[in-house]
Design a protein around this ligand. Sequence first.
Ligand SMILES: [Zn+2]
Length: 456
Amino acid sequence: MAQDEPDVNHRRMREILQFLREQHPEQSLANHIGNVQIPPDNNQIHWDSSLLEHLDLLTHALDLKGGPSDIGPPTFEIPNNERRSLVEYYDAEIWAEDEFFEDDINVEFDFNDPYPNLPPWNGPNSSDYREDNIENPTQIPTPYVTQDGEMTSGIPRQMNELEGMEAWAWYSPMGVSHNPWGIYVQRKAPAAIAEIFFRDMDSRYEAWCLASRLLLHHEYFHFLSQYHCDSSSFSQPKEMKYNRYNAWCHQNQMDAREEAVANAYAFEKEELHMSKNKDERKLVDGWFSKQPRPYRDYVDFYRKMDLGYFSVAYQQESPIGSMSISPNLMVARRYKQKPLFPVPVYFVDDAKPEFNAPKMVTFSSITYSPKVARTRSKGKIPSWVFEKTDELIQLIQGKSIDKLNKLHRMNSKTHWKQNISGYRAIWTQVKNYNGWMIIFVGTHKEYDTYQARHKL
Ligand SMILES: [Zn+2]
């Protein structure tokens, strides 16, 4: 990047510190929050992950090896009004032979709503959505440092138009000493993107997940780009080749193809999961085409990823901007190989309370539904099946979402399946209940019937 141009890590760091100063106006007069020093704003501020960790603003969310498709969506707490109530899982039950005890589901408990005061999601073509509504998170000004290094205040919609994907998430390359390596995603991003671009979706939770996955795919492509650049590098140290290319990209933003290719990559990867849904495709295109060039030039590489991989690899070899030779399939094949090590993903929690930003699940509590507990006590299902679910509970409890690869997301998107040889368990979050609940354990056949009957 250009010597005089602050990189995205530094700019986002200044924004986060400014966010803190605004959230704690009294304390920031003394330039500290708790016992942590918050330096006054200046353009020498560098990314400091230990400070962010100390302030509890940085979460190591997961490690991506094969890309976001391998792990499914980032798993957020599901808004309470998008969950099903416990009773819905058990009415007209064909596998239930015993009586259903009302008492079991009317236990007293303190429900901690993960999103108190969440306004309703109005869904497709909502008529009461007004662009000028000040309650609308997309209108909430938020600290923004321009590419020239000037601190200002931005509106998420405008920031998207100025910086494309990097307004929300960014990739910090390997081998740059003052920047910690990894993918960074702002927690406010999925909420803001959902409100601005995905309001026509039926579910807020789904909109959050779609936005997060697209961001993760895009940033993961930057990792792939460096991974393959480094592995074909003869420089010493090997990152030198990528650093030279990266600097060239920053100085020649309109000629560099990587952002356009990364968006095409994200679109195509996500499209695999929405082949039946043309509307979602339109929404994603609506978001991408509101991004600046070269981001919105993704259409040049859409369904032409071999050309995209080649374009990036070509510019890494000799960044001159234009190409006259035909795509080399060997390069494309290289990009299709999984990297040998994963890239860490961090969530940065600089969401203003008004954003109602998604919260990652913590698995602080995982329980069996009263119905499943009764099934267990009756011994109709071999005990080793429950021992397997117990094991997974032990493994996941209190941990973050990266252990969720042991579960498979079902069609309903808000239920997860655990495979246990010939048996299945279903995990979900239940309306007005804290934590997670296993609402079904049964044979594969019973599972098929159950999930069809309950449309899971
Ligand atoms: Zn990017």
